[in-house]
Design a protein around this ligand. Structure first.
Ligand code: BTN
Length: 326
């Protein structure tokens, strides 16, 4: 009920009477009052005026299950939220949820992670109260070999949501970093549990540097945040909801063909490596090549100076711009 009251208060700029809320939810005035008091404790400024009712005056950047669920307007992506003020890693918790039978589209969100995981065994800095740490649990009926493409679907969705919400021109660094002004604002880590030809579940974890003002010495040169780039605070719950909306639409498009053919054009339009010279770092050596975008399975298509076309699969190699990180 708390979530539903919050949703109603958000939809209406004027007062909603206590009686209206009682009738709507078939509960007592005390139950409504208690739910409103809980929301106030979570940081919402709710004005209560005799004979008029309740009005939402201000919602700070609070993250909570009720806040996120009240914002998400999707059919399934992020409709059910598992929220932690603090956890080890939302990917770890989403995998547990996957083992325990949680449904497709369940979203695990945390205000802080104490063991945030990055790709290639690295860690992910996860300070409290300023960034988005979330992991989406999926149960797609696709072959396990196709699952890495879901990371690209998420990269596209984050870039679109950031553009929509901030007006900043977020780009994608293949395969799945989101960048602004050549610095990283988001990383994505997909993990899965599979049988030989069957996916039990996939978890796609997303870390977005949202309102962070400083970074550790180690990553300062390569990382930035939406606040640093745009000069204003962003509501993290709104950002979570925007990503879920974009993702649901893009995922459904992906599932029509079970590849990226329907999203390739949008993805390539945001790809910062597109039409640029890149440095391909393969285990057996490195070389420069010209990148022309992804193909329908998400491989980066490059042409070597000798004119040979190569398709680069994300798991095997990494790509650097010739001028540094991007
Ligand atoms: C990368 O190395 O670029 C991937 C970083 C992924 C970080 C996110 S934060 C939410 C989720 N939980 C984790 O432990 N990692 C991912």
């Amino acid at each position: 009920m708390k979530t539903a009251i919050l949703r109603l208060l958000k939809e209406d700029d004027s007062y909603i009477s206590g009686q209206q809320l009682c009738d709507r939810f078939q509960v007592s005035r005390t139950a409504v009052w208690k739910a409103v008091e809980q929301l106030k404790k979570e940081g919402y400024m709710i004005e209560a005026v005799r004979n008029k009712g309740y009005r939402l005056v201000d919602s700070p950047d609070v993250m909570s299950k009720a806040e996120i669920e009240s914002m998400v307007r999707t059919k399934w992506a992020g409709r059910s939220v598992i929220y932690y003020d603090e956890t080890d890693s939302t990917n770890i918790q989403a995998k547990l949820a996957g083992e325990n039978g949680s449904e497709h589209g369940t979203l695990v969100v945390a205000d802080r992670q104490v063991a945030g995981k990055g790709r290639r065994g690295r860690s992910w800095e996860s300070p409290k109260g300023v960034c988005v740490y979330m992991t989406l649990l999926l149960r797609p009926s696709i072959a396990p070999v196709k699952a890495p493409m879901l990371t690209l679907v998420m990269a596209l969705s984050v870039a679109e949501a950031v553009r929509e919400l901030t007006g900043l021109k977020a780009g994608i660094k293949w395969p799945n970093d989101i960048v602004l002004n050549k610095k990283k604002i988001c990383g994505i880590l997909t993990e899965m549990s599979t049988e030989i030809d069957y996916i039990n579940y996939v978890v796609t974890g997303v870390g977005i540097n949202t309102n962070q003002e400083t970074f550790s010495e180690e990553i300062r040169k390569r990382a930035t945040s939406l606040l640093i780039e745009g000069g204003r605070h962003i509501s993290r719950s709104e950002l979570v909801a925007a990503v879920m909306e974009r993702y649901e639409e893009n995922y459904e498009r992906f599932m029509e063909t079970k590849d990226l053919s329907g999203l390739q054009e949008k993805y390539n339009g945001m790809l910062v490596n597109c039409g640029r010279e890149v440095r391909v770092l393969e285990p057996k050596g490195e070389y420069s090549a010209f990148a022309s975008g992804i193909n329908e399975v998400g491989e980066l298509v490059v042409t070597t100076p000798e004119g040979e076309e190569k398709h680069i699969f994300a798991g095997e190699v990494s790509v650097r711009g010739i001028y540094g990180y991007v």
